[in-house]
Design a protein around this ligand. Structure first.
Ligand code: C5P
Length: 234
């Protein structure tokens, strides 16, 4: 399975995003990047097309969650942007996940990878029980959602690097794990609570690591990106 480092482009505008990407030299492989809600809602699909045209692979992190027909039609639109990876909330149920896959599949049979969010890492055990009314413990809930995503035909889940090995064990080696919460040894964890280094993430079965601030806020982002790739891919 492909393994790669994905840079989270958490910038508010197209200009700041392109200024950042301009630092990466032509001639070297262009980094795989993640575009999230902030940039997408600010700049729309044009910014996705522009970044794709520059030669980057794109993970469009919009976390869809709606009735199956709406998600199917929205996914068809996103697939038409020629992105490489998209995601949704597994909480939308298998009917929604299967509809999403149908919508994503292009006339030639290709489609972006489809990844599920299980439970947001911002949801703690108390909120799970008291607000979402889920009595099952968090770890089991996450694994159950992941298995449901796998059974629906999805390609993988977003999870903590600490959960990646267990997800593989339960859902199969071929089910891919996309993991934020990655930090360089000795670096600032910021607001991430449970972190791993790129090297540890690779050992724990992560297929794609998503790194934002350790690269975007580095004094030399290109050097930080190369370090992440070297540590992760070995
Ligand atoms: O800057 P940092 O490396 O923490 O960025 C991680 C990226 O992954 C951000 O875009 C963040 O929104 C995203 N993410 C996360 N934790 C999750 C899901 C997504 O940090 N559970």
């Amino acid at each position: 399975m492909a393994k790669d480092v994905i840079i989270a482009l958490d910038f508010p505008t197209r200009r700041e995003t392109l200024n950042f990407l301009d630092r990466f030299p032509n001639g070297e492989g262009k980094p795989f990047v993640k575009i999230g809600m902030e940039l997408y809602y600010a700049e729309g699909p044009a910014v996705v097309r522009e970044i794709k045209a520059r030669g980057h692979k794109v993970f469009l992190d919009l976390k869809l969650h709606d009735i199956p027909n709406t998600v199917k039609r929205a996914m068809a639109v996103l697939s038409g942007l020629d992105v490489d990876m998209v995601n949704l909330h597994a909480a939308g149920t298998s009917a929604m996940m299967k509809a999403a896959l149908e919508g994503l599949t292009r006339p030639d049979g290709t489609r972006p990878l489809l990844i599920a969010v299980t439970q947001l890492t911002s949801t703690d055990a108390a909120a799970l029980k008291d607000e979402l009314l889920i009595e099952t413990p968090m770890a089991e809930t996450v694994l159950s959602y992941a298995k449901n995503a796998a059974a629906s035909g999805l390609d993988g889940v977003v999870c903590s690097p600490l959960e990646a090995a267990l997800v593989k064990e339960r859902c199969g080696e071929g089910f891919c794990t996309v993991t934020p919460g990655v930090r360089f040894a000795g670096g600032d964890a910021g607001d991430q609570k449970r972190v791993m280094t790129p090297e540890q993430a690779a050992k724990n079965g992560c297929d794609y690591i998503v790194m934002g601030r350790p690269i975007t806020q580095a004094a030399d982002p290109v050097e930080a990106y190369r370090r992440a790739v070297n540590e992760f891919l070995g």
